[in-house]
Structure formats: C-alpha cells, structure tokens
Design a protein around this ligand. Structure first.
Ligand SMILES: Nc1ncnc2c1ncn2[C@@H]1O[C@H](COP(=O)(O)OP(=O)(O)O)[C@@H](O)[C@H]1O
Ligand SMILES: [Mg+2]
Length: 455
C-alpha cells in the first residue's frame, strides 16, 4: 500500500487526514444535495396539491371546470414549471389543459383520496413527470390529474452541484493548509529530537534534548531519552574510570612480575630459587585478582539499578554476619571485638552492599589496630558505630581517605596490605542509601566511624 511507502509520519497523518476530510466534504455535499432534492420535491408536490385545490374549489363554487383549469394553468405557469392538468370521468378524459395535446396521463388506480406517481413520457419531455391524481370531492367519479416535469428541479440541483464543485476544492485546500501547518507544529519537537540525537556522540554525552514540558508524548519521549543519556553518561564515565584505574594500578604489579620472571629465566637456577619467584608472582596475582574484583564492584555501581533492588532488610543481622566473618582474623591478630548494643533495625537497602560496607569498616579497624587492643561495634538508633584503639588517621587526611586509591604513607612503611578502595566503596554505598558518614580520629589513640541510616 502507498500508505506504508510514505516515510514521514507527518505525511502519513497528513495523507490520512486529507482522505478523511475529502470524504467528509463529499459526504456533507451528498447530504446537502439529497436534502435539497427532498425539499424541492416536497415544494413541487405542495404546489401540485394547492393547484388541485384551487381547481376543485372553483368548480365547487359552480364555475366551469374548464375555465378554472385554464385559469389555474395560467396562474401557476410562472411558479411551477409546465403545469399539465387533465380531468377524467370514469375512463374518459373530459378535460385537458392546452399543453396536453400530444399525450395524456394514464389512469392510476388508487383507493385513497389521492396518489402521486412519477412517470416518463419520452415523446413529450426528457424529464420525469410528477403526477398528482385526486378524486374530486363532490363529483366522486371525477379524477383530477395535475402533473409537472422535474426540469426546474434538475436545473436547480445541477446548479447546487456546480457550486459544490467550485467550492469544494477551495474548502479542501483550506482544510489541508491548516492541517499541514498544525502538523508541522506538532511534529517539530520530533525533528528536534532526531537532530539532537543524531549529533550526540560518545564525547558529548552531556548534551540533552531541549523540550517544553507540556506533558505530551514528545515531552515524555524527550524526557525518557534524556534519562537514558544520563544513564549512558554515568555508565560510560564508570567504564572510563575503571579502565583508567585498572591500567594505572596494574602497571606496577605487572612490571614487578615481568622483572622477576625475566631475571629468573636468564640462567638456569636451582629449584628453590624458582619457588621463591613463583611464590612472589603468585602473591602478585592474588593481589591483582582482589583489586580487579574491587574495581569491578565500584565500576558496576549504578544508582538507579541498585535503588530498584532496595528492600526492607535487618541491618542488625547483616552487621552481625559481617562481624562473624572477622572473628577468626581478629583472634589471629590478637585484637578483641567488643560487641556493644545491637538494636534490631530495619532499613530500606540493598543487603549485599550493606554487607560490603560493614566488612570494609571492620576490616580497616582490625588492620589498623595493633595487638591486644580493642574494637567496639554498636548499632543504635539506626547508627552503626565502629570504634578502634588503632594507629589513627592524620587530621589532614580525614577527607582524602575516601578517595580512590588513597592510603596514608604510614601504611606503606608498615606494609599493611590494601588498595585504598575500601573507604571509597563505603562512601559510595552510604551515598546510594542516603546514609551519612561521620569520622573522628586521633593519631595513636584511635578512630571512630559512624554510619547514620534513615529508616
Ligand atoms: N580504622 C582506621 N584506622 C586508621 N587508619 C585508617 C582506618 N581506616 C582507614 N584508614 C586509612 O584510610 C586509608 C584508606 O582506607 P581504605 O579505603 O579502606 O583502603 P585500604 O584499607 O585498602 O588501605 C587506609 O589506607 C588508612 O590509611
Ligand atoms: Mg580498607
């Protein structure tokens, strides 16, 4: 179908509406034409009836029927086209108007007072005749027949058709012009969307589609499209950061492994020496694996998707599960875990992320707390508090510790293992859950971290 071949929605709608309005105009014309025809026919019949009444009344008043007929045919000559009058007595025609020399109206059988018949007399007129036959009231055997042709009606109706044929194209043209203008306005936002979308590339994902928020489908489309763009933008930024972080962080361990293996392969060595190198490379690989996992976790955090998975969780249970995981590690290191009040708390959250948050905080507390010192853990008023008697954090670093890959210099000296990613994960998780972080720390005395959730 041609309709499917039209590429533009605008023209599709235009085409459909044009067809509908043209059909509408013609339908309207048809109704107009037929009601005009009906009106005209009614008028004709009314005139025929009134002529017949005149003729009969004249007759009743005692005048000569012939005269009154003459008079009537004369009288109505101008108001009704070609009036033909004829009177029958039983089967015989007793009177005829002058213009009926060549023919006669047949006798129509009818039981009522009168009847109307449409008939054709081709040798008289090419037009149809409308014949009104009525019984003369007093002289019951007399039938008066008055007829006229549809010539005037036809002429009048032809005129109407002519006017319509002249007027219709103009009306249709005006409708189409208005329609086209309206469509242009309606479709305009669509073109803006197409144009903007066409020009957005990976380097300018910050571009947005301009729209007026009138709530229509186009505004919704633009809104949805913009939302999709921001999601793409975040994802893309995350991927970019992931690859930058990964390549940056991978360099050092990879170089170290390369150097170790290069040296090992230079000459033949004893088994013991190979073992040492393999052990070292193995350590580096484990380190790399852990780091990649962490980086990956950070990169995958998409606020929108995570928030969709929020559900009511028991914070106390998640926290205690995390604590349990570290009991052995703490024992091994000779650090005691002191569980204070753990209040039953229900929050709206993503449980694996909350578990990661708790683990990271406990991990840090154990890592940065020396032998025989104490760590206390508490959950009260939707607030997790983890306090240690560890090495503490320098005041100038209290903000920086939440940055990716940030680690205090003292760690490196003391060879405490880590990537500097734990707290940045904690920060991200807290942000997604609308939780606030408070940190207090004194060098050599200890650190207190509080995570305040909302219920
Ligand atoms: N409880 C703590 N006591 C002392 N220092 C801490 C504590 N928690 C974090 N830090 C400091 O913040 C830095 C960043 O922590 P984090 O992001 O968890 O990385 P990582 O533990 O891998 O070093 C740590 O390297 C350490 O210097
Ligand atoms: Mg850590």
């Amino acid at each position: 179908m041609i309709f499917n071949k039209i590429k533009s929605i605008k023209f599709k709608i235009f085409f459909a509406y044009s067809a509908i309005s043209i059909i509408g105009v013609f339908f309207f014309n048809a109704v107009l034409y037929y009601s005009a025809k009906q009106d005209y026919r009614e008028d004709t019949i009314k005139a025929l009836k009134s002529i017949s009444r005149d003729v009969i009344v004249d007759d009743i008043e005692g005048k000569n029927l012939k005269n009154s007929m003459k008079f009537a045919s004369h009288k109505y000559k101008f108001s009704i086209d070609n009036v033909y009058i004829q009177a029958r007595y039983k089967d015989k025609i007793v009177l005829k108007s002058a213009n009926m020399k060549n023919f006669e109206f047949p006798r129509y059988k009818f039981s009522q007072q009168s009847t109307i018949v449409e008939a054709k007399f081709e040798n008289v007129s090419k037009y149809d005749f409308i014949i009104y036959s009525t019984k003369v009231f007093r002289k019951r055997d007399y039938v008066l027949q008055i007829g006229t042709t549809t010539r005037a009606e036809k002429i009048e109706l032809n005129e109407i058709i002519e006017k319509m044929l002249m007027g219709d194209p103009l009306i249709i043209f005006i409708i189409l012009v208005i329609l086209y203008k309206m469509l242009q306005d309606i479709i305009k936002p669509m073109n803006t969307i197409i144009e903007t979308a066409e020009h957005i590339s990976i380097t300018d994902l910050d571009k947005r589609i301009p729209y007026t928020d009138n709530g229509d489908e186009f505004a919704q489309l633009a809104k949805t499209f913009n939302k999709m763009l921001s999601r793409l933008q975040t994802s893309f930024a995350q991927i970019k950061r992931f690859s930058a972080d990964a390549s940056h962080q991978l360099k050092t361990p990879l170089t170290s492994m390369r150097i170790q293996t290069d040296i090992a392969l230079k000459t033949d060595r004893k088994n013991e020496e190979y073992k040492v190198v393999l052990k070292s490379v193995n350590d580096e690989i484990i380190y790399l694996q852990n780091m990649i996992n962490n980086l990956f976790m950070l990169a995958q955090m998409d606020d929108e998707i995570i928030k969709q998975n929020f559900k009511q969780i028991d914070l106390d249970i998640v926290l205690m599960n995390a604590v349990e995981e570290f009991v052995l590690v703490a024992n091994k290191k000779g650090v005691s875990l002191d569980i204070k009040e753990i209040e039953h708390t229900v929050i709206n959250a993503e449980d694996t992320l909350i578990s990661i948050l708790c683990s990271n905080l406990i991990d840090n507390a154990i890592k940065y707390t020396p032998l025989s010192k104490n760590i206390s853990i508490e959950l009260k008023d939707s607030k997790i508090t983890i306090e240690d008697e560890g090495i503490g954090i320098e005041e100038k670093n209290l903000q920086a510790i939440f940055d990716r890959f940030f680690r205090e210099d003292s760690n490196k000296l003391k060879s405490v293992k880590g990537f500097g990613l734990g707290l940045s994960m904690v920060k991200m998780i807290a942000d997604i859950h609308g939780a606030t972080i408070n940190i207090e720390s004194k060098i050599g005395i200890g650190t207190k971290i509080e995570i305040q959730f909302t219920t």
